[in-house]
Design a protein around this ligand. Structure first.
Ligand SMILES: Cc1cc2nc3c(=O)[nH]c(=O)nc-3n(C[C@H](O)[C@H](O)[C@H](O)COP(=O)(O)OP(=O)(O)OC[C@H]3O[C@@H](n4cnc5c(N)ncnc54)[C@H](O)[C@@H]3O)c2cc1C
Length: 385
C-alpha cells in the first residue's frame, strides 16, 4: 500500500479495518483464531463470572455481525469483566475432532476447551481500505495495478463478509491480468531505489500497541491526535519507515471520518453520517513535501443495479451453486478425490450461516435445485419459509 502511495496512488478508506472478534488471548503473536464456526455451533460468549453478555448487546446475540461482536468483546476486556468463548456445552468432548486446529492452539496455551472457557480478544483481520482501483485493479497511476487485500476495489464497503478476500484474489486477479495483457507495453528505465528504512523491533512493537489502543476497535479524536503525535516523534527519530506511513494513513483516515460505520467506530461520533463518502488520501495529503504528486481521478464507481438485474444475478448465482454443475469455488479449491462427512446445523428456522437470507434468494433456491444435495437444501429452505 505504501509503495503504491509513493508512486502517487490514492489510498481509499484506510480507516476501514475489520477485527476478528475471537482471537485466542494466550499471549501469542500473531494470536491464533477461534473460528466463528464455534459460535455457529452454539458456543457462547461469557464474562469471568459466567454471565452471557451478547444477548444484551444484539438480538442475534453471538451471531450478530462481526463488528458488533468484536466491539462487545473489546468492551468486556476493557472493563475488566473479561471475555471467554464457552464451548463446553455446545461442543464439549467433540472439540478435538470437530475443531482440531483451534483445539491444538488452545492446548498449546494451556487451555482445554472441553473443560474451560477460552479467553478471547479481537484481532486485526482484514483491511477493507487500500489502494484505490477500478474494476480491473488499475490504480490510475500508469503501469500500476493493485490486487488482493492491499486494494480497495469497492466491493467490501466499510465491512467485509467472511471469505470475500477469495473474491479479491480470484476475480480481481483474473480481471487485472486480462487488463495488463491488453495494456500497451512501455519501455521503462530501471532506477536504483533507496531501501526503505526499517524500524527496530522494539519500536515496531511500540507502534503496534499504540495503533491497537488508539486506532483499533474503537477510536476518538483525542486518541487519534495522540497517536499522530507519536507518529511524528517516531518519524523524527527513525525516518519515514513504511510501517509509520501506513499507520499515518489509517490514523488520518480515522480522524477525518467523523462518524461510525462498519468496522470504523468513533466513540465521539457514534452515528452514521449520510450521505456516505469515501476517504481519498495521497502521500501529499499526509506530507506536504510530496505535493508534486498529482492525485489520480476517482475511478468510475459501480452503478446501482436495477431491480430486475439484481434478481437475474441472484438466479445466476443460485443456478451455479445448486444447479448440478457444482459450486465453482468448491470445485476450484477442493481436490476431486477429497471426501468428508459433515453436519449442517441451523440454530433456528430460516437461518443460514447465522443470517436470514433475503426471501428472493430462498424462493429462487427452491425453484432451481435438481441435484440431491440441493434438494435437501431446498427442503430446509421450504421449511424456513
Ligand atoms: C487469521 C486469518 C484468517 C483468514 N481467513 C480467511 C478466510 O477464511 N477466508 C478469506 O477469504 N479470507 C481470510 N482471511 C483474509 C485473507 O487471508 C487475506 O485477505 C489474503 O490472504 C490476502 O492475500 P494477498 O495475496 O492480497 O496478501 P498477502 O497474503 O498478505 O500477500 C502479500 C505478500 O506481499 C509480500 N510483501 C509485502 N511487502 C512487500 C515488499 N515490500 N516487497 C515484496 N513483497 C512484499 C508479503 O510478504 C506477502 O507475501 C484471513 C486472514 C487472517 C489474518
Amino acid at each position: 500500500m505504501v509503495m503504491a502511495a509513493q508512486l502517487g496512488a490514492v489510498i481509499r478508506d484506510p480507516e476501514f479495518v475489520q477485527f476478528h472478534p475471537t482471537a485466542i488471548d494466550i499471549g501469542r503473536d500473531p494470536a491464533p483464531l477461534a473460528t466463528e464456526a464455534l459460535r455457529g455451533d452454539g458456543a457462547v460468549l461469557i464474562d469471568r463470572n459466567g454471565h452471557r453478555f451478547m444477548p444484551d448487546v444484539h438480538e442475534h446475540a453471538e451471531l450478530a455481525p462481526r463488528d458488533v461482536v468484536a466491539r462487545a468483546v473489546h468492551a468486556q476486556n476493557l472493563s475488566g469483566a473479561g471475555a471467554y468463548l464457552d464451548a463446553r456445552e455446545a461442543v464439549g468432548a467433540q472439540f478435538p475432532d470437530h475443531f482440531p486446529a483451534v483445539f491444538k492452539a488452545c492446548m498449546s496455551g494451556g487451555i482445554d476447551p472441553r473443560t474451560n472457557p477460552i479467553p478471547v480478544a479481537p484481532a486485526a483481520h482484514y483491511h477493507m481500505g487500500g489502494v484505490e482501483t477500478d474494476l480491473d485493479g488499475f490504480t490510475g497511476v500508469p503501469g500500476l495495478w493493485a490486487v488482493g487485500e492491499c486494494a480497495s476495489t469497492g466491493v467490501h464497503g466499510a465491512n467485509r463478509l467472511a471469505s470475500n478476500s477469495l473474491l479479491e484474489g480470484l476475480v480481481f486477479g483474473h480481471r487485472a491480468a486480462q487488463a495488463i495483457h491488453r495494456a500497451p507495453t512501455r519501455q521503462v528505465q530501471a532506477q536504483a531505489a533507496d531501501a526503505p528504512c526499517e524500524l527496530p523491533q522494539s519500536v515496531l512493537q511500540t507502534l503496534r500497541s499504540a495503533v491497537s489502543a488508539q486506532a483499533g476497535v474503537t477510536r476518538s479524536a483525542e486518541g487519534l491526535t495522540t497517536l499522530l503525535s507519536l507518529l511524528d516523534a517516531l518519524e523524527a527519530e527513525h525516518g519515514s519507515a513504511p510501517a509509520l506511513i501506513a499507520a499515518r494513513f489509517l490514523t488520518q483516515g480515522a480522524l477525518v471520518r467523523e462518524e461510525s460505520r462498519g468496522g470504523h467506530c468513533r466513540t465521539d461520533f457514534p452515528q452514521r453520517a449520510e450521505p456516505g463518502r469515501h476517504t481519498r488520501l495521497t502521500l501529499s495529503d499526509l506530507y506536504p513535501a510530496h505535493a508534486k504528486l498529482r492525485k489520480p481521478e476517482p475511478p468510475e464507481m459501480i452503478p446501482a443495479l436495477p431491480r430486475h438485474l439484481i434478481h437475474a444475478l441472484i438466479t445466476r448465482a443460485l443456478e451455479e451453486d445448486l444447479g448440478g454443475r457444482g459450486d465453482v469455488t468448491s470445485l476450484a479449491t477442493i481436490p476431486a478425490d477429497k471426501n468428508a462427512n459433515f453436519v449442517i446445523k441451523s440454530r433456528a428456522n430460516g437461518v443460514l450461516a447465522g443470517q436470514q437470507p433475503p426471501t428472493p434468494v430462498l424462493i429462487r433456491s427452491i425453484a432451481i435445485s435438481p441435484s440431491p444435495g440441493a434438494s435437501v437444501m431446498a427442503i430446509f429452505l421450504k421449511r424456513a419459509i
